[in-house]
Design a protein around this ligand. Sequence first.
Ligand code: NDP
Ligand code: HSE
Length: 445
Amino acid sequence: MKDRIAVGLIGFGTVGSGVAKVLTTNAGVIRQRLGVPLALVKVADLDLTTDRGITLPPGILTANAREVINNPAIDIVIELIGGYDPAKRFLLEAMAQGKHVVTANKALLAVHGEELFEAATRAGVDIGFEASVCGGVPVLRALTEGLAANRLLSLYGIVNGTSNYILTKMTEAGRPFDEVLKEAQKAGYAEADPTFDVQGIDAAHKLAILMNLAFGTPVNFKDVYVEGITSIAPLDIAYATEFGYTIKLLAIAKLHEGEKSGRAPAELEARVHPTMIASDSPIARVGGAYNAIQVTGDAVGDIMLYGKGAGSFPTASAVVSDVIDIARNILKGTVRRVPPCAFQPDQRRPLRIRPIAEISSLYYLRFMVLDRPGVLSQLSGVLGKHDISISSVLQRGRKEGQTVPVVLTTHMAVERNVQAALREIAALPFVSAPTTLIRIEGEDR
Ligand code: NDP
Ligand code: HSE
C-alpha cells in the first residue's frame, strides 16, 4: 500500500494557487478522509515570479511542464493552464505515461472531450473534471453518482458566474455592464478571454459537458444554441421586473422522448441564452458569482444544486475532490470504478439536438415603433398570422410621432414562427429599430 499519493500541478494561476493552498491548509482533513497524505511534489507555471500567496518548498516550482508530466514519482497530474494547446497535449502525454489526470478546462472538454475520454480508456487511467462545471458545486458527481438511479429528463440553470455577477449588479444596482465586468475579472471569476463569459460560450461549454453526463450522449458545444448577455439593455431589465420576471443567462437542456409508439428516437434541446424567469423562483434569486442548477429525474423529481461557481477556492475544492477520488481508487488498486461520462462507454449514443427553430417557448418582444394609431393592431396582426398569441402588452405614455417601446409577451409559440413574424415586422414602415427577443421559461399564464 502506498504511503502517499504524489500530485503534480501545471498552472499556478487563480485556480492552481487555490489548489496548492487547499492541499496545504486542509492536509489534515484530507488525510483523515483518504488515509494517506496528498503530496504536491511539482508545480509548473511559465511565470515564476508572481506572488501566489503561498510559499512552496524549494525545488517544487518549475517553468517546465514536462518536469511534471515526465516525473515518474507523480501519480496524478492536474492541468490548470486553460486553453486548447498545449493543455490537450499535456493531458494526452500524461495519460499515455499512465498518469491519472484532473482538469478544470471546460473549453477543452467541450470541444475535444471525446478524444480525451478515449485516451483515458486506452491508457486505463482516470480523468476527473468536476471543476469544469459550476466551480465548487459538485454537480458532475451528482449526475454521475447521486442520480445514477434516474432517467434524467431536464436540467437548467446558471452556470456562468461572471455573467450572473454582471446581470445581478445591473438589475439590483443599475450599474453599467463594462464597469461590473472589470470587477468580475479582478475577482478571478472571468475567463482569460472574458468574451467567453459574456457571449455565453463558457456556459455552452459547460452545458455540453452536463448533457454528456446526464443523457449519455456525446455533445459538441457547437451544437448548443448560444446567445450572450451583451445586448441586454437596462430597459429590458426594467420591463422584466414589471412583468414579474428576472433576466438570467440560463443553460437549458431538455429530453424529448420519442413518439409514444417508442419508435422515434429521443431528441434534446440544448440552448444558452438570456432568459426571463419568475422573480420568485429559486433560480431567479441566485445572485452574484453563484451558480445553481435544477435537475429533474424520473425517480427523484426536481433537485437543485447551488453554490459558488467560480473563484480560486471554490474551484480548488472541486479539483481536489477529484484528486481524492482518484487517490482512493489508486489505494484500492482499482481504476475507473465510475465511468468518466457517467454511462459505460459502449452505452453512450448520439441523440439529435433540435435546432433552435424547432423549440417552443414563451417570448418577450420589445418593438421600437413610431407612436401612431394602428401600430399595435398591425403588430398583433402579423403575430396572429404566424400563429403567435399575445399574453400581455405594455406601452407606457404617449409620444405621438416619436419612437416608443411597445412591449409584449406571448403564449407558447414555435421559434420558427416567431422569427418569421419578426422578419416581416422589421420591414414595416413604423418600425425604427431591431426588435428585442428574450425567451421566457415557466408556466404559460
Ligand atoms: P489563470 O490564467 O489564472 O492561470 C493559468 C496559469 O497557467 C497562468 O499562471 C499561466 O501563466 C499558466 N500557464 C499557461 N501556459 C502554461 C504552460 N504552458 N506551462 C505552465 N504554465 C502555464 O487561469 P485560471 O486559474 O483562472 O483557470 C485555469 C483553468 O481553470 C481554465 O481552464 C479555466 O477555464 C478553469 N476554471 C477557472 C475558474 C475560475 O474561477 N477562475 C473556475 C472553473 C474553471 P501565464 O499567466 O504566465 O500565461
Ligand atoms: N469564467 C467562469 C465563470 C469560471 O464565470 O463561471 C467558472 O467556470
